[in-house]
Design a protein around this ligand. Sequence first.
Ligand code: AHM
Ligand code: MG
Length: 336
Amino acid sequence: MYRIETLDEFIIKRQKNFSTATGELTGLLRDIGLAAKIVNREVNKAGLINILGKFDKENASGEQVAKLDIYANDKLIDFLKTSGECAGLASEELEDFVPFPPRNGKYGKYVVLVDPLDGSSNIDVNVSVGTIFGIYRRIGKEDEPASLDDFLQKGTELVAAGYVIYGTSTILVYSTGNGVNGFTLDPSIGEFCLSHRDIKIPQEGPYYSVNQGYYLKFDLEMRRYIDYCSDLNLRLRYIGTMVADIHRILFQGGVFMYPNTRKYPQGKLRLLYECNPLSYIVEQSGGKAINTRLERILELSPEELHQRSSVIMGSPKMIDEMKEFVLRYAPDTVGG
Ligand code: AHM
Ligand code: MG
């Protein structure tokens, strides 16, 4: 008989496959799942209560943030701070990382990076938003508090990453480096239930996702590639919530691009808590993720918390095709 499998059950079952696992990462993932449920509750009732609107402050990247961003940020801190497994959190909403206090004299083994509410400009109009997270094992010792170096690790060092999409249903997708699985929140029982086992991105797909409004601000090679997508009659879909655009591509195939523009010469999206976790998921599902210099996103060396990057990710065949455009039109821009 078919029996549902909850996120907690799944995480614990996976932990048992690793004889050396101590349960700390398991606890951390469960805490993130719990925080996601609380954020989901608030996102769902955002239209009903007076939580919408803007605070009179800007986030660390100089953009206006909606109140729910702060709420999601605070909930993640609340849940992770007391968990004991996490030594600190860095977030799009905070200029500096937050170190967490020790438990029983020991600091947590892991640090977490988050974009608490991705796509926040979509909240006011009832369009999907998301949460993105990446987890690293700390470089520092357990008797020392978290330091910046713990957070400035390459994406290749991620031990787990994922996202939550608050859409027509709420889905949590994550990987610990052994494939990608998705869990849909069943509101009647308040549990994330395994709904998408071992997600594999299609080799190619019918969608391209880019803010075409910036077309004239992109470099020539990206314009030529976008022309090519259009010539192929690929369908343009751009939600303005990266999580939602990637979610579509993960299941139906396609390519997501946020190239550098004149306004954002390094790209707009943040390497550590937007590009890296989603690149990890895309790669774990069989896809590829690179920047416009054709460097693998996960191999980029971060220098600061809020570092930006250009990004192109999605179905592997399409990324390979995109590379050809860069090599043809701008061979000199290609990185080492
Ligand atoms: P946010 O995390 O501050 O909401 O911004 C990130 C978002 C991505 O989710 C989305 O792909 C992009 O910024 C949209 O930017 P633009 O409006 O420039 O196309
Ligand atoms: Mg955001």
